[in-house]
Design a protein around this ligand. Structure first.
Ligand SMILES: NC(=O)c1ccc[n+]([C@@H]2O[C@H](COP(=O)([O-])OP(=O)(O)OC[C@H]3O[C@@H](n4cnc5c(N)ncnc54)[C@H](O)[C@@H]3O)[C@@H](O)[C@H]2O)c1
Length: 694
């Protein structure tokens, strides 16, 4: 690890532009959580409620959640005061007058919300964007209360908003593109995975989640099975920890009734609340979860859940409310389902899905078979998913790796889609440059480890070599393209992600950007040219240090080493790219001086120290603490992976890139056939691997 004292922490100095103050109205469950999350991510917030007591209750909520975070070691004690220091809590609405964006999270009451928006419209500056966190009203109805419908949007958070990463971003027809852009930037700045959803009842997630709850009650009412059986069937069908009845007990039966009533009023009887749900509300008691599970009824109950949830998910995609991928993302991130509805459809098969939904259309005449399902059944194939998006604006093609739920990990599908998007961008005469970015918190967190494990276990190492060869071909194309290629590192990158970034002609980083090569710690070596390209930029010794230790390069490190050409705040990315592209990009393989703070680490990678490290000896010529730390870190890595990495970095030196790639590819079957590769890859995230050196 680079000595932290030697690195300037530039995080606080970077100008976020555009977003420097957010208002949150309502200090209840949602408002306090939203304010907390924003403050946690470094954004100043003003939190407002109608009475001092309510404001204080909101602050107490935040303090309690932060204390819990400290106890669970997610937050450092010293951070608590810093976070609280970013929250101004008041009853004075004028305090949000100069906010960049105001998020309303008050009672779910149309009149109260409308009145508030009229006031906010008067109080706030012209440039302030107003947002509602409503769950059941149209965004457009509140936008119409203001003289700024273009600067009005829905931002629908999920409970607990400081913990659940999903954010539904809901423009109405009159929302301006700039407002959508700022909202997406805000989402990114406070670590949310945004899905853009149409202003329709239930938006995306509640549209199928509420019927999931409701159908559970209907099955109970019809005596399809007992409550415990319905609960168990739901948990197994969707791989979730809590079934519908327990969820209602936790979040409140009134919310379920209210949500189902709204959907029913807008969308018809199929969505209306079950009678037993309304009676339960009147009884003011929670569901009694006790009882035995009747295994013989599980399958029938699961089919009914599938019919309803998968049918509704397909219907909302049919209506253009959200994409297939965002609907799945909503379920996985927002509801913590293991698979999204469309992934479930693929898993159980399109025929079974069709039959389950057909049964629902027969039971509820106002629910029609979604066209997308009928079409897919006719094709007889699983749904395919788009995980890479291409957007062209002002001559810049932006290719977004969009699988944030898996930190955009590379697999066969993603690499193929990346190739398709890149080829299209390269061919398009309107495109002057291509920018690669990752959706969500990460740029790309490496390759899909599960894929490797499956292939090793199936004795299909040749497939891994083939996949890697294709990856290399694409990266070489990106590196040598006539149009400039730029990686925007605004989140962490590891392994394959860092290798993709290094293949681009230039890297632009934000303070959240980082690069690392953790492969030797999981029994393999960086297989997509990372060692080759890093060695060509900063020299073989420093490259060996990073590959041997897996140490992370921060954005500041990358800038200092000339690996990144620019470091800017997240709000400054478009302007930075525009300026950069007017200049000639520097040759990324130009000779360079290594700044003094990196010299000890370069020394660690010298031939004598590397030989020593491989033999478990303390490195020489550097401070004792650095030497000890490095030896310890290298000691946890797979010896064979270290040895081969070392040999590859030496063998490729001075060779043309194509030869260097061939050298690297030539060792791939060897490393993936090793016992240590299987050990390291399968241990990831579970335990520390035990390497045997073979
Ligand atoms: N609870 C959830 O799971 C959830 C999820 C997504 C969205 N929402 C939506 O978020 C909003 C808030 O829900 P909640 O659960 O936090 O409610 P809550 O009852 O916990 O909090 C609402 C707060 O708003 C305050 N308030 C009411 N009128 C106000 C006004 N005019 N000005 C300032 N403050 C005012 C109240 O005093 C209260 O503290 C609702 O629109 C709800 O539909 C809730």
């Amino acid at each position: 690890m680079i000595d932290p004292n030697l690195i300037v922490d530039d995080r606080k100095e970077v100008n976020m532009t555009q977003i420097s103050k957010i208002g949150v109205i309502g200090a209840g469950n949602m408002g306090s959580g939203i304010a907390q999350k924003l403050a946690q991510e470094g954004i100043p917030v003003v939190m407002i409620d109608t009475q001092k007591d309510f404001v204080e209750r909101g602050l107490a909520n935040i303090t309690r959640t932060l204390a819990d975070g400290v106890q669970r070691k997610i937050i450092k004690p010293a951070q608590v005061d810093e976070i609280l220091g970013r929250i101004r809590a008041t009853t004075d609405l004028e305090a949000v007058a100069d906010a960049d964006l105001v998020i309303e999270a008050i009672f779910e009451d149309k009149t109260v919300k409308s009145e508030l928006f009229k006031k906010l419209d008067r109080v706030c500056s012209d440039r302030t964007i107003l947002a509602t966190n409503t769950s059941s009203f149209y965004v457009r109805e509140f936008a119409a209360q203001t003289a700024r419908p273009d600067r009005f949007i829905g931002l629908h958070y999920f409970y607990h908003p400081a913990k659940n990463r999903l954010l539904e971003v809901i423009p109405h027809d009159g929302t301006s593109p700039a407002t959508i852009e700022t909202s997406l930037l805000l989402a990114k700045l406070h670590g949310k995975t945004a899905i853009v959803v149409k202003d329709e009842p239930g938006f995306a997630v509640n549209r199928f989640f509420v019927p999931f709850l409701n159908e559970a009650v209907r099955m109970l009412e019809e005596r399809v099975a007992g409550l415990a059986t319905i609960e168990a069937a739901a948990k197994r069908a969707f791989n979730i920890g809590m079934g519908p009845f327990e969820l209602m007990n936790v979040t409140g039966i009134p919310i379920a009734v209210h949500a189902a009533s709204t959907l029913g009023n807008e969308l018809g009887a199929f969505y209306a609340p079950a009678k037993a749900l309304q009676s339960q509300l009147q009884m003011k008691t929670n569901w009694d979860l006790s009882g035995d599970v009747d295994e013989s009824r599980i399958a029938a109950v699961a089919d009914r859940f599938y019919g309803v949830c998968l049918g509704v998910a397909a219907a909302l995609v049919d209506e253009g409310v959200a994409s297939i991928e965002d609907t799945d993302r909503g379920a996985k991130i927002g509801l913590r389902w293991l698979l999204g509805p469309f992934e479930i459809m693929n898993k159980i098969g399109i025929d079974k899905t069709y039959q389950a939904v057909k049964a629902i259309t027969e039971k509820y005449p106002d629910f029609k078979m979604p066209q997308i399902l009928a079409d897919q059944k006719a094709i007889g194939k699983p749904f395919s998913f788009n995980f890479v998006d291409l957007a062209i604006k002002d001559g810049i093609a932006t290719i977004t790796l969009n699988r944030p739920e898996a930190m955009n990990a590379l697999n066969e599908t993603i690499v193929a889609q990346l190739e398709t998007c890149f080829t299209e961008a390269e061919k398009d005469p309107a495109v002057k440059a291509v920018v690669f970015q990752g959706a969500g918190k990460a740029f790309v967190a490496g390759a899909d480890i599960r894929y490797f494990v499956e292939k090793i276990k199936a004795a299909k190492i040749a497939d891994i070599v083939d996949f890697t060869r294709k990856g290399h071909e694409l990266l070489l194309k990106i590196e040598t393209a006539a149009k400039p290629t730029i990686a925007l590192l605004d989140g962490l990158s590891m392994g394959g992600g860092s290798e993709l970034a290094l293949a681009c002609r230039a890297i632009v980083a934000t303070p959240a950007g980082s690069m690392a090569f953790p492969e030797t710690g999981i029994g393999i070596y960086p297989g997509l040219g990372g060692m080759l390209r890093l060695a060509r930029q900063v020299g073989p010794e420093l490259a060996k240090y990073y590959v041997f230790t897996g140490a992370s390069l921060s954005a500041a490190d990358m800038l200092a080493l000339g690996i990144a050409v620019r470091l800017c705040g997240p709000g400054e990315v478009p302007a930075t790219l525009a300026v950069l592209l007017q200049e000639e990009l520097p040759d990324k393989y130009r000779p360079r001086d290594i700044p003094p703070q990196f010299v000890p680490y370069r020394r660690l990678g010298s031939p004598s120290n590397i030989a020593g490290l491989l033999a478990g000896k303390m490195p020489e010529g550097v401070a004792d603490d650095i030497a000890a730390r490095t030896l310890k870190s290298v000691g946890f890595k797979a010896p064979l992976a270290l040895k081969i990495s070392n040999e590859i970095i030496d063998a490729q030196a001075g060779r043309p890139m194509a030869d260097a790639v061939a050298i690297e590819l030539g060792r791939l079957a060897e490393i993936f056939s090793s016992a240590d590769a299987l050990e390291g890859l399968s241990a990831l995230g579970r335990k520390r691997p035990e390497f045997k050196g073979k």
